[in-house]
Each structure stands twice: as structure tokens, then as C-alpha cells.
Write a protein that binds this ligand. Structure first.
Ligand code: GDP
Length: 470
């Protein structure tokens, strides 16, 4: 028996009790003062600030005990080993599917890489195609001629998706979803947004045969599944890998390190809002406060800064001198709208994504596919890392996905007309999280939209039969 485990468990429970005492006790005191005398606004403000500080401190400490509890008795290694076994199993299936005995006659699924968008979006397009191939037992053939990022196509930076079967062959192809397509040898797939009928194995579904174990081991099984597939899809070729390794050494990549991705230029005003660097830094500071409680002061407080805003590094380093910023300036320069669709732009964004995926914690806007890609890849080869991020805007999603849903674990009575009533078991289509305790969504039972306390709900993990036919 591991007594350390018991001690930690008690500390977590004690900490939660202390939060309650602190919050209720101090608020009661403040309310009494408010009714008896008239404290000034700045007095009230000071009291509230003090209370927030104390409560945050207890929560941080409980978080640290909770982290230790999650690792006690070798549990973290145990999870990592089991996840790694699942990964091996999944990758073996993919390798088999991608290298059929008879390439000539194998059933294939063909996708064109040239979706008219950036690399993150295209990588997700490839992932979606790989998932369809896996679910329908077809060998996935990626057509990457005239790639907007590189004339050399996919293999200018990555290993091919198959050792033995990369050509589509000469037979005519059927369009996905057309009559006879299911039995056709070659099927061409449209982009996800253009799919008329969405099959149940689209994102964010995971293979039904992995569901039990994966949903036990991981806080967001689809993100893990996506990460494992992407890790297979995006294997840098030997020459590019050398370049990536050199780059990491040159930047001084080491742990601890927080990844910050700041997406600006063409995204602002069209698909996302502007966020000042200070909004990201709140979460970096929180990470390092927690880190210090657990491991002591780090040698350096590193931040890997990835961005398409070439001016940001100077500003960040000036405003936050306590931190060591690692940033590939040639990469952010080549990320400008004018230069990004080039070999340099391609290598820059991949390098940023891979480095971000190797950090201890990610701070970014999930409206950017660059950051979601990094978050997915971050899950590979580790213990459950589903909570190692903070997004300033969206929840994690996959463009074109099946409806994202949460289910109510506890009842809730709406406090006003902006809120939803919850009954245990209610399914709610999730529209977003305000990161203030409330999420926004549509109650399927009530047929209306509203806010609800996120802590009373949990994510619905979709599962679907996928038949790689092995
Ligand atoms: P999204 O528009 O942010 O959702 O992501 P996309 O990947 O679809 O398109 C943005 C493109 O801009 C990327 O693929 C890169 O070419 C470039 N870019 C955006 N952010 C970064 C970044 O942090 N680093 C680098 N190197 N390039 C970026």
C-alpha cells in the first residue's frame, strides 16, 4: 500500500474544505461590513482582490496535490505504457492498411492535398481522409501535385504515407457518396465541408474497439486518436528531421517550457479577435507558479513563442524580461501572408507546430488550426495530456465535425432567462465555453440555447465502428 497516496488524498480533501471556509467566511464578513458601514469602492475592491488571491492560492496548492495524486504509485507510467500499447496497435493497423499485398487491385481512397487553406487546415484535411480510409478499410493515397506550399509535394518534407503503394493507378474513380462508390476500387473524397451525408465515423468519433480503454485512460480520446494518426502522417523525412533537430538545438529548446502561439495577421477581424500578449502571459505565469510549488524554481522560465506576427518577439521580450523567449524569427517572418506559401513558410510552420507539441503546456487560441494541430500531436507518447492547454477563445473542435455534445451529470436550475435548466442525462450541443464557469449550448431536450455551468457536464465521447478490414 502506498501511504503517500493516502496523504495526498487527504490533502486534496482538506484543501477543498479550506476553499469553502475561505470563500464563505470572507464573503460573509464583507457582506456584514457592507450592511453596517459604507466601505469605499476601493476598499471593497481591495478586499475582493485579497480574497481572489487567497482562493487562487489554495486552488493552486490543491491542483499541485492533485497532480501528485495522479502520478502516485506509478500511475502516470502505467497510463503512459498502456497508451503507448494502444498507439502501437493503431499504427500497426495503419501500416498494414497502407501497404496492401496487391497495390494494383487494392481498394483506395484518394484525397487531394490542395485544400485552399493553410498548412494546419490541410493537415486536418489529410487526417480526415486517413480516418475515412481507416474506417472503410481502404488504402489512402494522397495526391499532392501543385501543392501551394511546395512544388516537391508532400514528400519534400514528409515520408510517403506508404512504402509500397502511393500511386492511384489508372482505373476511373468514383466520387465518395455516389452510387456504386462503396464497391468501387477507387474513391475520391471531397473536403469535409462539402460532404452531403456525414457518416458516423467522422471527427470527433473514435474507433469503437478502442473506446473502453481509451476513454478510461485519456481525458479527450479523440484528440489522442487524432494525434496518433497525425504523428504517423507527419513523419519528417531524414533531411528535414536533421534540419528540425538543428533548429531545436539552435533555439535552446529545453524543459520546463510553455508553448505560446499567437495567431494574428490575416486571421484577425475575419476569424478571430486580437489578443494582447498579456492575455497569454496570465496562463504562462500560472503554469510557472504551479511548477515552482511542485519542483522548485526552474533554471529558466522558458517560453516557446510561435507566431505569424514578426514584431511580437521584441515586444514580448521587452515587456516580460523575467522570461526566456525562444522564437524562430525566420519562421515568423516567412509566416506573413505574402510569404507563407513557400518552402520556407512550410518548414517554418511545421517546425513551430512540432516544437509547440513538445512543450509542457500550450497557451493559444483554438480558433487557429496551427494550435489545434500542436495540441493533438502533444498527446502522443505521454501520459494523458488533455488538460495541458489554455485556449483564449474556442473549445477544441474539428472543422466540419459531427455535433459536439456534452451531457449533464447533475441537475441545474436556471437563475435567469439566459441560463438553461439541466436534468441529469440531458444532452447539450456545445457552442462554446466562456471560461468563466459557464458554457454555451443548445439543450436537445428543451430545444433552446443558453448558458449552463460547465462543471455540471462532461464531454460526450463519440464512438463508431471503423473497419480497417485487417
Ligand atoms: P489558421 O488559419 O490559424 O486556422 O491555420 P492554418 O494553418 O490553416 O493557416 C495559417 C497559416 O499561416 C499556417 O499554416 C502558416 O503558414 C501561417 N502561420 C500561422 N501561424 C503561424 C505560426 O505560429 N508560425 C508559423 N511558422 N506560421 C504560422
Amino acid at each position: 500500500l502506498d501511504w503517500g497516496h493516502e496523504r495526498l488524498r487527504r490533502r486534496v480533501q482538506d484543501g477543498i474544505r479550506e476553499v469553502r471556509f475561505m470563500l464563505n467566511g470572507q464573503l460573509a464578513k464583507l457582506r456584514k461590513e457592507l450592511s453596517e458601514k459604507r466601505p469605499s469602492a476601493s476598499e471593497i475592491d481591495g478586499r475582493l482582490e485579497g480574497l481572489a488571491e487567497s482562493v487562487n492560492e489554495i486552488i493552486r496548492l490543491v491542483g499541485v496535490e492533485g497532480e501528485a495524486l495522479a502520478e502516485a504509485g506509478g500511475a502516470a507510467d502505467w497510463r503512459r505504457r498502456r497508451l503507448s500499447r494502444l498507439q502501437t496497435e493503431l499504427v500497426n493497423r495503419i501500416v498494414k492498411l497502407q501497404n496492401p499485398q496487391q497495390c494494383q487491385s487494392a481498394k483506395k481512397l484518394i484525397c487531394n492535398l490542395n485544400k485552399g487553406c493553410g498548412f494546419g487546415c490541410q493537415a486536418h484535411h489529410v487526417l480526415y481522409c486517413m480516418t475515412l480510409a481507416y474506417a472503410t478499410g481502404r488504402t489512402f493515397v494522397l495526391d499532392s501535385v501543385n501543392w501551394r506550399y511546395s512544388r516537391g509535394g508532400w514528400t519534400s518534407v514528409f515520408e510517403p504515407l506508404s512504402k509500397t503503394c502511393t500511386e492511384r493507378g489508372s482505373a476511373g474513380a468514383k466520387q465518395w457518396g455516389s452510387t456504386g462508390a462503396e464497391d468501387a476500387q477507387l474513391v475520391e473524397v471531397p473536403i469535409i465541408d462539402a460532404m452531403a451525408h456525414k457518416p458516423p465515423y467522422l471527427p470527433q468519433a473514435i474507433p469503437a474497439d478502442l473506446y473502453e480503454e481509451l476513454s478510461g485512460l485519456h481525458g479527450n480520446p479523440f484528440v489522442w486518436f487524432a494525434g496518433v494518426l497525425l504523428n504517423y502522417i507527419m513523419r519528417p523525412n531524414a533531411a528535414f528531421q536533421r534540419q528540425l533537430d538543428d533548429n531545436a538545438i539552435r533555439l535552446g529548446f529545453a524543459k520546463p517550457i510553455v508553448g505560446v502561439q499567437v495567431r494574428r495577421t490575416d486571421k484577425i477581424g475575419s476569424e478571430a479577435a486580437f489578443h494582447d500578449i498579456s492575455e497569454y502571459m496570465v496562463w504562462v505565469e500560472e503554469f510557472y507558479k504551479t511548477y515552482e510549488l511542485r519542483h522548485g524554481r526552474p533554471d529558466k522560465m522558458r517560453i516557446l513563442l510561435a507566431t505569424d506576427d514578426a514584431n511580437l518577439l521584441n515586444e514580448a521580450a521587452r515587456r516580460y524580461p523575467a522570461y526566456t523567449f525562444l522564437s524562430d524569427t525566420s519562421s515568423s517572418r516567412s509566416a506573413s501572408v505574402r510569404d507563407r506559401y513557400s518552402d520556407g513558410g512550410l518548414r517554418g510552420v511545421i517546425s513551430d507546430v512540432l516544437l509547440l507539441s513538445k512543450t509542457d503546456y500550450l497557451v493559444c487560441t483554438f480558433s487557429s488550426q496551427v494550435c489545434r494541430l500542436a495540441y493533438e500531436l502533444m498527446q502522443v507518447g505521454r501520459d494523458d495530456s488533455s488538460d495541458r492547454f489554455h485556449s483564449l477563445d474556442d473549445v477544441y473542435y474539428f472543422g466540419g465535425q459531427l455535433p459536439l455534445e456534452v451531457t449533464a451529470r447533475f441537475a441545474h436550475k436556471a437563475r435567469d432567462s439566459s441560463e438553461l435548466d439541466l436534468s441529469p442525462g440531458d444532452v447539450i450541443g456545445l457552442a462554446g465555453n466562456h471560461w468563466d464557469g459557464y458554457s454555451l449550448g443548445q439543450s436537445r431536450r428543451l430545444g433552446r440555447n443558453g448558458l449552463f455551468p460547465a462543471y455540471k457536464t462532461e464531454l460526450v465521447v463519440r464512438k463508431a465502428e471503423m473497419r480497417p478490414g485487417l
